[in-house]
Design a protein around this ligand. Structure first.
Ligand code: SER
Length: 320
């Protein structure tokens, strides 16, 4: 079979997607690549692993040639909060990284999965029931790179026939690798603090609704979209995909039902608060449901239960 290349394989999505792909297609068929961070032991020991720099096109091309890669899951990206601190870095990694991946894909005829984000929307977007096709004028560097990325993927499909596909992910909640500096990270941090300290100080205000998704659903979304019948895909890139929408007080209340001693207070970070307020409260993901059968399995309740179970096991903390 043609091999699969994963960029950002040490990251929050990549570390888990690599393992699911390896289970499905075989360890040797999935090439994990990372930049600075070494992927965890399970990724490192279960198949080929390399350091590459997506901003250097040759390092991607070498991998694709060496392993005869047919599909690239391009996950290497700088997230929203880090991007606001270092917009130049975000432009470099997010834009040149994607451009290089698409150029290599054009030359070697690879399919490309590119994750866009709720960050591709902005303050003038309708924030409730955000439509699939709507105004996108983000005011963050992360958002600028995500919208440009969506358009670039559309362009490479239309102009060169590169099979590009992607979803607009909401905040992703998971217990393996930590997210790398996004605005939605609070929904992961809260679990670690609830289990370790029984309290959490949230950097977003109560009432700040955002779309979220549990990692097993996010991984399924990527794989199901890449395996979908292309004739049915009208949008191809940048499908709205969500699983739940909540504000900080709702996740806190759900945790409290399992950990009754848990309390949360607030110390608002104005930068991340402004970013969150410019993003959808909840997206309409009917295009994904209709075109490739998207359906999440986890809601707030079932995700919370699983997260608490898995993180307490990981930290070896007995719950009381
Ligand atoms: N989780 C991402 C972030 O907060 C959104 O795509 O940056």
């Amino acid at each position: 079979m043609q091999k699969i290349l994963v960029t950002g394989a040490a990251g929050q999505i990549g570390s888990e997607l690599t393992m699911v792909l390896r289970k499905t297609y075989g360890g040797d068929n999935v090439i994990a690549t990372g930049h600075k961070t070494k992927p965890d032991k399970t990724v490192f020991e279960s198949g080929p692993c390399h350091f590459i720099d997506c901003t250097e096109i040759n390092t991607i091309a070498e991998m694709v040639k060496k392993y005869k890669v047919g599909t690239i899951y391009h996950l290497a990206s700088v997230l929203s909060a880090v991007a606001e601190k270092d917009p130049q870095l975000a432009w470099n990694v997010n834009m040149f990284g994607l451009y290089n991946v698409l150029e290599v894909a054009r030359e070697y005829k690879c399919c490309v999965f590119f994750p866009s984000s709720i960050g591709a929307f902005g303050p003038t977007t309708p924030l409730d029931n955000t439509p699939q096709d709507t105004i996108q004028r983000p005011n963050t560097m992360y958002g600028v790179t995500k919208v440009a990325g969506e358009l670039l993927c559309d362009y490479y499909y239309k102009r060169f026939g590169v099979d590009t596909r992607g979803v607009r992910y909401p905040g992703l909640i998971s217990y393996k690798a930590l997210p790398g500096g996004g605005t939605t990270d609070y929904a992961v941090e809260i679990f670690y603090e609830a289990i370790k300290q029984k309290r959490y100080t949230c950097y977003l205000k109560a009432g700040t609704y955002l779309d979220m998704m549990y990692m097993p659903d996010a991984l399924r979304a990527a794989i199901e979209l890449m395996e979908a019948n292309p004739d049915k895909l009208k949008h191809r890139n940048a499908f709205n995909a969500t699983a739940m929408s909540f504000a900080p007080e709702h996740i806190a209340a759900t945790i409290k039902r399992i950990l009754p001693k848990f309390t949360m207070d607030f110390k608002v970070d104005p930068i991340r608060q402004a970013i969150a307020e410019s993003w959808p409260n909840n997206m309409d993901d009917n295009a994904a449901r209709q075109e490739w059968g998207w359906k999440p399995k986890y809601d707030l309740e079932s995700m919370t239960k699983d997260m608490i179970e898995k993180i307490s096991q990981k930290l070896k903390i007995k719950l009381d």
